[in-house]
Write a protein that binds this ligand. Structure first.
Ligand code: SAM
Ligand code: SF4
Length: 345
């Protein structure tokens, strides 16, 4: 007998219609943030999710457990908003590190608070961090993030390195006339400290809808700015990773391996065909793509005593609807209602 349409299929994991399998889960732990990066949020912040709509720590851990045990997820990244302001973060990491098979666990953070949290997070089972830092200039940082916290980010990076949360990666978004003159100096800084720098093309996911294709700094622009470095194509296959990477001879990363730099050309060099991501928002919605315009509600299922298998089946159904690509270049492209900070970048 054929299974009913929404039955859980233990063998297929999170497969979509194009045969892509999602094994990398991004969990947003909050839509709130202690910075106001101009390309992400307006100065006054956003209408935050009411507390009762946010998943509790236990609900987050249950969904991660279902993803890992029933759906084949092997990589879990916690993000936001700013994940370090989630009070239960250390406990969530600890519970996720106890899952079997143990997923690899990472956090994407603006680095504020990492000085205090790096060791507790490592002890709880966190494997590594990405710290976002778009400039080396404290004054420019203040203008770009609307907060005077550059020193905290630098301290967070040092603490992550000292705690062994390696590779410590730095995410940087370049914008014309704001910080596009810093590509080379950011790379020099990263190489000197053993951090791995990743440039990310700015995407149309800002709450203010100010993104402009014509003024964005492209992967080609970034690579042209790095012409003074001797970058060698990376022998390690890119696989499903979004970043194209290069090795920088003569430098070593914190773990003793070769130094690398990456460029994530989400807009001009899309990698949708290899995408292995699935996303969970802080209010329990599954998004099969950053640019999805539809979501699937798991919170309602969680709170109506649904079984693990029923929730897993709903997640599988949500994955089937994943589109082939983000379609930013299509005339019909619509920016999703949720901004990056509420999806989980
Ligand atoms: N608050 C944390 C942080 O800044 O790392 C985690 C959330 S933030 C949304 C995750 C990443 O998304 C950051 O590296 C940030 O620079 C990036 N980001 C935010 N808005 C973006 C946009 N419109 N285009 C590209 N990257 C963006
Ligand atoms: Fe906050 Fe991260 Fe958005 Fe900056 S990019 S406002 S740190 S969520």
């Amino acid at each position: 007998m054929a299974p009913p349409p929404n039955a859980f299929n233990r063998l297929s994991g999170l497969v979509d219609r194009f045969g892509r399998v999602a094994t990398d889960l991004r969990v947003s732990l909050t839509d709130r943030c202690n910075l106001r990066c101009t390309y992400c949020m307006p100065e006054e912040g956003l209408a935050w999710l009411p507390n009762e709509q946010q998943l509790t720590d236990d609900e987050v851990v249950r969904l991660v457990r279902i993803a890992v045990e029933l759906l084949g997820v092997s990589e879990v990244r916690f993000t936001g908003g700013e994940p370090l302001i989630r009070r239960g973060l250390v406990g969530i990491i600890q519970a996720c590190a106890a899952l079997r098979p143990r997923p690899r666990l990472s956090v994407t953070t603006n680095g504020i608070g990492l000085q205090r949290l790096a060791v507790p997070l490592r002890d709880a089972g966190l494997d590594r961090v990405n710290v976002s830092m778009d400039t080396l200039d404290p004054q420019r940082f203040h203008e770009l993030t609307r907060r005077d916290r550059h020193a905290d980010v630098l301290a967070g990076l040092r603490a992550a390195a000292a705690a062994g949360l390696t590779p410590v990666k730095i995410n940087a978004v370049l914008m014309q006339g704001v910080n596009d003159d810093e590509a080379a100096s950011l790379l020099r800084f990263a190489l000197d400290h053993g951090y791995e720098l990743r440039f990310i093309e700015q995407m149309p996911l800002d709450a203010q809808h100010r993104w402009d294709r014509h003024t964005m700094v492209t992967a080609d622009d970034i690579l042209a700015s790095l012409a003074g470095f001797h970058l060698e194509p990376d022998a390690v296959s890119r696989g499903t990773a979004p970043a194209e990477t290069w090795v920088v001879p003569g430098y070593t990363a914190l773990d003793g391996g070769p130094a690398r730099v990456g460029v994530i050309g989400s807009v001009t060099r899309p990698f949708c065909g290899d995408c292995d991501r699935t996303r969970l928002t802080a209010d329990g919605q599954i998004r099969n793509c950053l640019f999805a315009t539809e979501e699937s509600d798991l919170r309602g299922l969680l709170r109506s005593a649904a079984s693990d298998e029923t929730i897993a089946a709903a997640w599988q159904t949500a994955t089937l609807g994943k589109r082939a690509g983000h379609g930013i270049d299509d005339p019909s492209f619509l920016q999703p209602d949720r901004p990056m900070s509420a999806i989980g970048g």
